[in-house]
Design a protein around this ligand. Sequence first.
Ligand SMILES: [Zn+2]
Length: 80
Amino acid sequence: MTALYSNNTRCQRDEGLNAWSLNWVLDANMILCAACSAVQFARDADRAFLHVDGCATSDLDNFPWIELRDLLIGLSRMPK
Ligand SMILES: [Zn+2]
């Protein structure tokens, strides 16, 4: 892996997390919709997120736990 690839990957992860956090709030073991404050617990991650009726962001990818997992999946520790 080159340094350029690594930096691009890090930037893409940062941008993805920034975009994710505009729509979702992680609070302990639950994710809240930033627009309607509906909640989904981690134990329900495999189910579609249920927004409050009329939520403006209900057309989002409604699996926020999976989206968050996918954003973090490439993380690793730097060697000491
Ligand atoms: Zn919502």
